[in-house]
Design a protein around this ligand. Sequence first.
Ligand code: ATP
Ligand code: MG
Length: 219
Amino acid sequence: MRQRIGILGGTFNPIHYGHLAAAEEVGGRLRLDRVLFIPSYLPPHKAEEKIPSAAHRTAMVLLAIAGNPRFSLSEIEINRGGRSYTVDTIEELRSLYPGAKLFFLTGVDSFLEIRTWHQWERLLGLCAFVVLSRPGYRFSDLLIIDFMQKAAKDIIALDNGEVDQVEIEAGKAHFYLEMISHYEISSTDIRNRVREGLSIKYLLPEPVEHYIITNELYA
Ligand code: ATP
Ligand code: MG
């Protein structure tokens, strides 16, 4: 059987339960053998004040995924350096895992920007895309993207909770839209909470919370 590999890219600034729960849920649903967590070196879309070093963000990912044998860290974007373009990452993974079926996982918030991604049309033909629901976003927002329009009815049914998955094939591209359990957690909110001296307990794994405090991140 072809190995099925999920890929979750992100700034992971910091990693939180929203990422972990989404990867676990969809990993089960799509029978993924493993999920690679790939911290970006320089996120192309984030002109953030000051992002903690790749070493800090990687350390937090490692603490968060310890204990889940299906989750692993990949440092390919960090080792490559420069701006982290998904298209380069997927090409590299395709040669690292020849014969595997690759699934790129992304929240619907990020996927809405797909047409701004580097070489996005080529990218869509390189692996399957798994678009995850996220509180505050609707799948029907994707209908502004023309290749989503042929599935309009199904996408509306997904938002209405009548189905929990819509699969779309469009030429070489393959999409799975997945309604998953919602965790109203974002890294932005966690950073703001730390800055304001508020608790971040139960938003991310405890070792990550301790790491943030010990290293005075976001303070
Ligand atoms: P930030 O607020 O800094 O943008 P974030 O919480 O969105 O952080 P990212 O590192 O940007 O985290 O996210 C990596 C990927 O995980 C993106 O595709 C994003 O859409 C997805 N993701 C993040 N949080 C959730 C969540 N709570 N539910 C579903 N998907 C999520
Ligand atoms: Mg984000």
